[in-house]
Write a protein that binds this ligand. Structure first.
Ligand SMILES: Cc1cc2nc3c(=O)[nH]c(=O)nc-3n(C[C@H](O)[C@H](O)[C@H](O)COP(=O)(O)OP(=O)(O)OC[C@H]3O[C@@H](n4cnc5c(N)ncnc54)[C@H](O)[C@@H]3O)c2cc1C
Length: 390
């Protein structure tokens, strides 16, 4: 097994503060996250203590405003933090991205009162969040969701089942999209539900191909009562809130994908320089040198694409099309790069003695979550064809 620490990525960062931040994240990743990643993923162990540590270090609220405990970092910095965390362990990088997704609704659409009451604990008080949009029969067609919220006096009663929820059963709060009106996107409202709400139960986590340390579970809402003060935004505004979060979240997935791909390239390169066949390091053979060159090029291109989208967002410009492109390109790149990394390690790449087979299994899920890559192509094509197209 190779234990050489990967060389730091040569990053473009806007300030001295952001360079220090990335150095801190790399240190935490190398010291606390990377060394236990393989064993804990193998054992399916959720690294709750790591999330507590990240919260204490101010890394769970990075892209949010400082007045409620956020880190006030631009997306171009936040995403590079996610990339470093995901390179060390996807369960952590993706977990931070999902937590951020769960905070997005309240931070963007909550009242001042709600933000004051909840955001400090969510952004830096040790709480961990989850985002509940998908259901067993409503995945890509998310606007067809059927979980219901019915008004009863000053409360809402939520009933239904959410599916595939990252941090399902371990989260302290859930941002939940539920139907309060008629069919379609306009009948959906967002709620902030505490993790210990009565009537809320989590199923046994799914047995997944990868990211086994990250619990993914169905959540059952059996008449869960939440006060109207936990409604986020207006009645019927939930789908808009959900999609806005997903635009930002897709950039998080893109950054995580590049982290996974970078980790695979680092492993493949280290191995290829060391392993000898025919009297030479296999890195001397042009067949592999060209593979390594293609892998590195995909990674650089993906990083440039997600950063371009992030900089649009940071400048307050529309970035939805570019976010979909970044998610599509970076996750396909991660799948290709991790598959090639397994090839470069030959038979050893196919064993659990080296991390590349795990990275390949992890890359796969990134082509599926937060809108499959088919859905990203639909989003991009819709933007190209204009707002009236489907
Ligand atoms: C590990 C994991 C974690 C997840 N975490 C969360 C979470 O935290 N919160 C949450 O809400 N959800 C989460 N999800 C759910 C995820 O977002 C959905 O799996 C995804 O949106 C796809 O939905 P589906 O699985 O129902 O597939 P389906 O929508 O049934 O799609 C099946 C296939 O059909 C394709 N397809 C569907 N419609 C079209 C179309 N119009 N054109 C072309 N192809 C199409 C899809 O691309 C896919 O290949 C998670 C999923 C996984 C696997």
């Amino acid at each position: 097994m190779t234990d050489r620490a990967p060389q730091p990525v040569d990053r473009q960062l806007p300030t001295e503060e952001s360079r220090d931040l990335l150095a801190l994240v790399r240190e935490i990743a190398q010291r606390e996250i990377r060394p236990v990643a393989a064993d804990e993923e193998d054992a399916g162990k959720f690294p709750r203590a790591i999330f507590t540590l990240l919260s204490e270090a101010g890394l769970l609220g990075l892209p949010y405003a400082g007045e409620h405990g956020g880190g006030e970092q631009p997306y171009e910095v936040y995403l590079q933090v996610l990339e470093e965390l995901a390179a060390a362990r996807l369960t952590v990088g993706l977990g931070v991205s999902v937590h951020s997704l769960a905070c997005h609704g309240l931070a963007g659409y909550g009242t001042e009162e709600q933000q004051k009451a909840h955001l400090p604990a969510m952004l830096g008080g040790g709480l961990l969040g989850a985002y509940c949009l998908s259901e067993p029969a409503s995945g890509s067609d998310a606007a067809s969701l059927t979980t219901k919220a019915v008004r009863e006096g000053d409360d809402w009663i939520i009933t239904g089942t959410k599916a595939w929820i990252t941090h399902g059963g371990v989260a302290d709060f859930y941002t939940v999209l539920a139907r309060t009106g008629g069919e379609g996107p306009k009948g959906i409202t967002a709620f902030l539900v505490p993790g210990d709400a009565q009537g809320l139960t989590a199923a046994v986590p799914e047995k997944k191909m990868g990211m086994k340390g990250s619990p993914t579970a169905q959540l059952h809402f059996d008449g869960v009562r939440v006060p109207d003060t936990r409604r986020i935004g207006e009645e019927g505004q939930g789908f808009t809130i959900a999609l806005a979060a997903l635009d930002a979240g897709r950039l998080g997935i893109a950054a995580c994908a590049i982290g996974v791909a970078q980790a695979a390239l680092d492993e493949a390169l280290t191995y290829a320089l060391d392993r000898k066949q025919f009297g030479h390091p296999i890195a001397d053979f042009q067949g592999l040198r060209f593979m390594l060159a293609d892998m590195a090029t995909k990674i650089e291109a993906g990083r440039a694409l997600y950063l371009a989208a992030a900089r649009l967002r940071d400048a307050g410009k529309p970035f939805s099309r570019q976010a979909a492109m970044a998610k599509l390109f970076c996750t396909d790149a991660a799948m290709a790069v991790t598959t090639d990394a397994v090839q470069i390690l030959g038979g050893y790449g196919y064993t659990a003695d080296f991390p590349v087979e795990r990275l390949m299994r992890e890359a796969k899920v990134l082509q599926i979550v937060e809108g499959t890559n088919q859905i990203q192509r639909m989003v991009i094509a819709r933007h190209l064809a204009g707002p009236e197209s489907h």
